[in-house]
Write a protein that binds this ligand. Structure first.
Ligand SMILES: [Zn+2]
Ligand SMILES: [Zn+2]
Ligand SMILES: [Zn+2]
Length: 363
């Protein structure tokens, strides 16, 4: 059967968070649809008027931390000038059924690189490794600073469609007094799975993805009756990580990177793992760039919340990085129903991403 002719129209249930479903409707890609145009990539190395460029340090709030050092910084953390949450105390209140809790927290900007327009896939692995080390170190400090902080979300917005308002490459940290709903749902459902099956659902999904082929033989003749390839979702694999195209991908080019060995907390990943993560992220982003040039995207880290109430979560939860390229604008159906609509079959997307021939990348 010709794969190109196969039109998918199905509802896929997220195996981790069953309430999150995706409609895969590939015929949709044939109709005219408002697509996000790739953002013209600003590839300039230095922009005089950019507050994040070197020499303009006085245009941002003071440095919170810098790597390798403040004078010759390559990565720099500053407070966000327009924070979503900050550390001013505003008591919560209840108004009938309406309830507000204090918006206490921290919001910081990580200037990813001193080079204004450099893309993730163009950053040397040593630099990316320093960036993830910076996430780790600052997350640790934020958790240590205030026991009320239950979650620190590290994320990156690239391009206006992904909420990136400043073109200089940067990511952000938001520390909050509550566990965000998306993380909570993953933690909750993976714990349910663990209670039933005594294993981590993320590890089980990795195992499934690594089972490259199942061959079913006819019992009488011994002939092959059917071959099922379940390894078709693997985009990249390294010593410690795997990059997977989720079966129920919400976004056309969504990719998740997970540690191969079970680990609940991103903060537990040692230097060798961070180095390896830098490599697989760089290669994954290079594949994405080759298939969807100039894609605007968000990536974010999901890791074990700092919640003393979950003793089992160390065994049931598994940290990961979700990369979500934004190639279309959510419709009323999506906002109204909570279904995500994906117009590219995850199998085809995985095949395209895997087929990219990467040139040898220098360190
Ligand atoms: Zn800049
Ligand atoms: Zn696991
Ligand atoms: Zn997640």
């Amino acid at each position: 059967m010709d794969k190109q002719q196969q039109v998918l129209r199905e509802i896929r249930i997220n195996p981790i968070v069953p309430s999150e479903s995706v409609v895969v409707a590939t015929a949709r890609s044939l109709r005219p649809r408002k697509k996000e145009e790739p953002a013209p990539r600003d590839t300039r190395k230095h922009v005089d008027s950019c507050p994040f460029c070197k020499g303009n340090e006085d245009k941002t709030p003071p440095t919170v931390a810098a790597w390798p050092n403040e004078a010759q910084w390559e990565i720099r953390i500053v407070e966000n000038l327009y924070p979503v949450l900050d550390d001013t105390e505003q008591p919560g209140f209840t108004l009938g059924l309406q309830q507000a809790i204090s918006g206490y927290g921290r919001h910081e900007v990580i200037i990813d690189h001193s080079n204004h327009g450099i893309a993730i896939h163009d950053m040397p692995e040593t630099h990316l490794s320093m960036l993830f080390h910076a996430y780790q170190e600052r997350m640790r400090q934020l958790y240590a600073m205030d026991p009320r902080l239950k979650y620190v979300l590290a994320f990156k917005n690239f391009g206006p469609a992904a909420g990136g308002s400043i073109p200089h490459t940067h990511s952000q940290l938001i520390a909050m007094p509550v566990i965000p709903e998306n993380v909570h749902a993953e933690v909750f459902y993976s714990r349910e799975f663990y209670r039933k099956h005594h294993q981590c659902i993320f590890c089980s999904l990795v195992d499934e993805a690594l089972t490259f082929e199942v061959t079913i033989y006819d019992r009488d003749s011994g002939e092959i009756r059917r071959r099922i390839s379940v390894g078709q979702y693997v985009i990249e694999k390294s010593r410690h990580f795997i990059a997977i195209k989720p079966f129920a991908s919400r976004f056309e080019w969504e990719i998740h990177i997970l540690p191969l060995q079970h680990q609940a907390d991103f903060l537990s990943a040692g230097a060798d793992k961070i180095e390896d993560l830098a490599g697989i992220l760089r290669r994954t982003m290079a594949r994405l760039e080759a298939v969807v040039s100039g894609a605007q995207y968000n990536y974010f880290l999901h890791s074990l919340p700092h919640d003393p109430d979950c003793a089992e979560c160390e065994a049931s939860y598994h940290w990961h990085l979700e990369i979500c390229p934004r190639t279309s604008i959510p419709s009323g159906f999506e906002l109204g129903s909570g279904f995500f609509v994906n117009s590219v079959s995850p199998e085809d997307a995985a095949e395209k991403l895997r087929a990219v021939k990467l040139e040898r990348m220098q360190e």
